[in-house]
Design a protein around this ligand. Structure first.
Ligand code: GDP
Length: 453
């Protein structure tokens, strides 16, 4: 996710490696300045950061360790803006959030992503469809809500967004929702009418917070429009959408510093799980190539059903892993988000994300075929893969639209995979896996930076 910035930091650190004189510090800070600007970090933020790192390194005594320490603490300072971090719940539910942004910024999608994020954390969420400006927005939110199985409040006969917002709030209070997310109208550009409407909705529902969804592909304009929204209606957090398409990525470093409002979440894809919480010190750890174990643990804990996971691991050990377990695993994996985003959080492996194509695992042809095959099995066959015989295989081939050869191939792969999993889960295998992981991580990982303790 932060390939370009991590690269900038690495190239600067390399300039000071094994040297501890003023000239190499100058080279390192010059390189840092140049590469941050190239990644599109705002020039004022870049200047402030580089000056502070230089001063702090000198204060501690020039060297690679002190440079890294200074960079780590100054970056954290730049990313930490006064205000809340992540999602903050109001002491008196429902926590009400106004979702604002320009048309096309990803506001409606982000409303769905945030609802999904909270639902996975066991919160009762209601979304309200108050974007009556864009024709398809209400329909889009209905579809998203159905997909993530979150309740929605809408009124196709009402033209006044304030009335809809108030009715949604009434419902959220009466039915004890934890969170109400209100999707508001956008415009192609900022205009007075939009600001007035947002102002009126804000006055009516008195939200706990207002989030502004900024499209990272608009570069420095994202910072400018967020600033205007802050001045005109007041915002409490920025959500940066479409970060997956932003090859430079610097806007994530400077937006909160320039706007004066914390960056709360980052959108990293079109799908519902593609939302990352932005916690400055965790992000700094990732930027420095040291991964984010805490974030990864929090993410997996939210989506993985521990009881199920234990039962499956028992089954694997006994060699009883079946097709239903496989479907369960698949659905858990899709809830975690893209492979790329997960790899980036593992210490030592973060450097690999650049090499990974963004695999759409769940929608790959291979997985689609396997799903079709399982869909044509009887419940008994799914529970017990050993029931397979030629006539059953023929029936499954017909039902799934696959050739018999394809069916045979998939069944064989499944058999081999469960054998392999059984082997790996036995003690020796686990040890082998651990050794492998340790080797991969090495000292700070392949190309990773050794952060001073
Ligand atoms: P709205 O007009 O602000 O409500 O915009 P939408 O929610 O309809 O989003 C506009 C487009 O951006 C849609 O095609 C979304 O799928 C897409 N989009 C939203 N967020 C992201 C993101 O984080 N990454 C990518 N790649 N696309 C996104």
């Amino acid at each position: 996710m932060f390939d370009s910035i991590t690269g900038s930091i690495k190239s600067a650190v390399n300039k000071i490696r094994h040297k501890d004189d003023a000239a190499s510090l100058k080279k390192a800070t010059t390189e840092l300045r140049k590469s941050l600007l190239k990644s599109d970090v705002h020039h004022k933020t870049t200047k402030e950061l580089v000056t502070a790192v230089e001063l702090e390194t000198k204060r501690q005594g020039i060297g690679q360790d002190s440079f890294l320490r200074a960079l780590q603490s100054e970056l954290t300072k730049i990313l930490t803006t006064e205000g809340n971090q992540g999602f903050v719940f109001s002491p008196t539910p429902p926590t009400t959030i106004l979702m604002t942004g320009l048309q096309g910024s990803g506001k409606t999608t982000t409303t769905g992503k945030l609802a999904n994020y909270l639902k996975l954390r066991k919160k009762k969420v209601l979304v309200a469809a108050c974007d009556l400006q864009r024709l398809a927005a209400v329909e889009q939110l209905k579809q998203i809500a159905a997909q993530i199985e979150v309740d929605i409040y809408f009124d196709d006969n009402e033209k006044d967004p304030i009335k809809i917002a108030l009715a949604a709030q009434e419902k959220a209070k009466k039915e004890h929702y934890d969170v109400l997310l209100i999707d508001t109208a956008g415009r192609l550009a900022i205009d007075e009418e939009l600001m007035q409407q947002l102002h009126d909705v804000k006055k009516a529902v008195v939200p706990d917070e207002i989030f502004y969804v900024a499209d990272s592909l608009t570069g420095h304009d994202a910072t400018k429009t967020a600033t205007t929204f802050k001045e005109k209606i007041g915002i409490d957090g920025v959500v940066l959408s479409k970060y997956d398409g932003d090859t430079k990525g610097g806007v994530a470093i400077s937006i909160s510093h320039q706007v004066g409002v914390p960056l709360r979440f980052i959108g990293t894809g079109e799908k519902m799980p593609d939302l990352e919480v932005f916690i400055p010190d965790r992000i700094v750890s990732r930027l420095m190539g040291a991964g984010d174990i805490e974030g990864l643990a929090e993410k997996t804990a939210a989506v993985i059903d521990e009881k199920k996971a234990k039962a499956v691991s028992k089954k694997i050990k006994k060699g009883e892993f079946n097709f239903n377990d496989f479907l369960d695993q698949l659905s858990m994996m899709s809830k975690l988000g893209s492979m790329k985003s997960i790899i980036g959080m593992i210490p030592g492996l973060s450097q690999m994300t650049g090499q990974l194509k963004d695999m759409d695992f769940e929608n790959s042809d291979e997985i689609k075929r396997i799903k079709a095959l399982i869909g044509s099995m009887t419940p008994k066959e799914r529970e017990n893969p050993s029931l397979m015989n030629p006539s059953r295989k023929r029936r499954i081939a017909k039902g799934s639209g696959l050739s018999e050869m394809q069916v045979n191939k998939i069944l064989k792969q499944f058999k081999n995979a469960s054998k392999m999993a059984k082997k790996l889960s036995s003690k020796g295998g686990m040890k082998g896996l651990q050794n492998m992981m340790q080797q991969m991580q090495g000292q700070g990982g392949p190309g990773g930076l050794n952060l001073p303790k």
